[in-house]
Design a protein around this ligand. Structure first.
Ligand code: NAD
Length: 276
């Protein structure tokens, strides 16, 4: 395990250190209290929701993240998930390797309906670095782009000609593919729950390369089983590693990867360097 969950072990590993570097290992109030020398927490990631940063602030311990190392990589990954949802390349490759094509009566076959993105609408929630990168690639695929971000009052010039900045409900109900690119915090937890999923177009898709917990997984499961949401692709889960009993694992209209959106060799090199 590269990420620890046992509080006592986390405390003993930090010991008397003044600076702690973490990626997914949580640093709680108790850990901060029991590691009195702690003067700085550096997160080797963009999202810093594993740190109780309100308490760190109260104690005067600066928390630093690395906001830029994975922008290109995660934007590309969100689009990879989107393309996978449209073509199910992984599934078809696997069935060909298993011999299905070689033994097939027809010249070719496809096990899922395949989708063309040209003219479809991408809805992006969180139009920061990764959201913008994703929007840029979506545009190149011929998609219309709607974006919601309460902290972006005016679009950067580059996006003014093709991105429509609108309200949360408009983005959710107006898109064919919803892609999430916002942080997980008290304001955003369960932001995409049953009412939001119900307001999406019938047959729409949800892509989450941001954080588990932004989407309510139980509600997503029900929307997927009902068929109202046609499919989902997620690189993240509410509990990571994903819980064995997570029912999303049983659905074949869900593509799940183990939180690897930022792990290109280029981004891994950059994160350590920037942190240093
Ligand atoms: P960023 O700070 O540049 O952009 C986040 C945007 O979300 C900001 O523009 C912010 O205004 C917006 N936002 C905040 N609260 C919002 C809300 N309630 N509704 C809508 N928008 C809101 O960060 P980024 O580099 O674009 O990263 C975005 C997220 O992607 C990170 O917070 C992280 O959780 C996630 N991430 C995932 C991976 C992965 O491997 N899957 C890797 C890196 C980052």
């Amino acid at each position: 395990r590269t990420s620890l969950t046992d509080e006592d072990e986390i405390i003993s590993r930090i010991g008397g250190a003044e600076v702690v570097l973490t990626n997914k290992t949580p640093i709680s109030k108790e850990t901060m209290d029991k590691c009195p020398n702690l003067k700085m927490i550096a997160v080797l990631a963009t999202g810093y929701n594993v740190i109780n940063y309100d308490y760190a602030k109260e104690k005067g311990i600066p928390v630093c993240n690395v906001p830029t190392y994975g922008t290109a990589c995660v934007g590309q990954y969100a689009i990879a998930l989107l393309l996978e949802v449209c073509h199910h390349i992984g599934h078809h490759d696997k069935t060909v390797h298993e011999g299905k094509w070689a033994n097939h009566i027809d010249w070719c076959y496809w096990d899922h309906s395949l989708i063309e993105l040209d003219g479809k609408t991408a809805g992006i929630i969180g139009f920061g670095r990764i959201g913008q990168t994703t929007g840029r690639i979506a545009k190149a695929l011929g998609m219309k782009v709607l974006a919601y971000d309460p902290y972006v009052k005016e679009l950067p010039e580059e996006f003014q000609s093709y991105v429509t900045l609108c309200g949360e409900n408009e983005v959710i109900s107006g898109c064919d593919f919803l892609s999430l690119h916002l942080p997980l915090n008290d304001e955003t937890r369960n932001m995409i729950s049953a009412p939001q999923l119900a307001s999406m177009k019938a047959g729409a898709y949800v892509i989450n390369a941001a954080r588990g917990g932004i989407v309510n997984e139980k509600d997503l499961y029900e929307a997927l089983v009902s068929g109202h949401i046609a499919g989902a692709a997620m690189d993240v889960s509410e509990v990571e590693p994903m819980a064995e009993e997570n029912p999303l694992r049983t659905l074949d209209n869900v593509i799940i990867t183990p939180h690897i959106g930022m792990y290109s060799k280029e981004a891994i090199g950059a994160v350590s360097l920037i942190c240093a």
